[in-house]
Design a protein around this ligand. Sequence first.
Ligand code: HEM
Length: 319
Amino acid sequence: MGLFLAFITLFLFLGSAQGQGNLAVGFYSRTCPNAERIVASVVQEAVLANPRMAAVLLRLHFHDCFIQGCDGSILIEGTGAEKHAFGHQGVDGYEVIEKAKAQLEAACRGVVSCADIVAMAARDSVALSKGPVYQVPTGRRDGRLSNLSFAADMPEVDESVQSFKAKFLQRGLSEKDLVVLSAAHTIGTTACFFMGHRLYNFPVFGSDPTINPAFLPELKRICPKDGDVNVRLAMDQASELIVDDRIFHNIRDGFAVLESDAKLYTDPITRAIIDSYLLDFIFKPSFANDFAESMVKMGRIDVKTGTQGEIRRICKSFN
Ligand code: HEM
């Protein structure tokens, strides 16, 4: 009987490791020992050639994870594919992922998933931007579904904080994760396309009254009414290439650029979380540690592991 129970336990354990296995740091250490190095070198080269790329790759991971989990579904090409959804407007970095994939296939065919490449590339982008250096658990498998309609509930810049909280909670992320991950806007730029509501169509006031009066004319100068919506502006004034907590100072002082970031300071709970990082106190929480922790958490959303999904040969198409 004892032997039988031990056998059943072993069977269940192996079954779960196959079908629903967990992610693990160093998942490819035996099957593709150079995997992390290959991704890091492709990302470094891309960021050196275009410093904007770090932010682009960080955002790509967020958009991948939020729809159907971190499964590379956003990478699939074709009419009606998820990447063309309105909520993924401006998302890019696909060619960097595909380049890393080509090198990984040459080094160890059919082993490293596109979803893991996206997660590693985001991690490397943060490190290259002087942000925290953290280990990313791997072992994700690539999804086999991609549809424009799946991305209908991506958070939009002009939604309420309640709605942001609900969308994050749905994916297992807390209010703190919402604040800390939104601080990813510490790097990168937004197109004026996303500024119209905040600058010219805001209810009652016309423009968002939380914008510091000294900043409003500057924002309107860069993004004039009926101007070119493709013009881009830094989201974290004076620190757009560095991952740091400066964005919280900017949000508190009315210098947030994105409406969604500014809104986080209008809700008592998310405001208190922002304020906790601004304390002049030796034991204040570490933004760097918390950011790394929330990134790892985001990277676990609905992952496919074991025998689920597939390992794509190229990232833009299913096998
Ligand atoms: C409430 C949630 C969020 C909203 C509404 C939001 C919205 C936006 C918008 C409108 C842009 C400008 C896009 C463009 O013009 O190309 C943007 C950029 C960006 N977002 Fe978010 N975002 C959110 C959360 C996040 C999270 C969780 C991350 C990553 C952890 C992230 C990372 C980025 C980055 C790095 C950029 C800059 C991209 C670039 O420079 O091309 N965002 N976001």
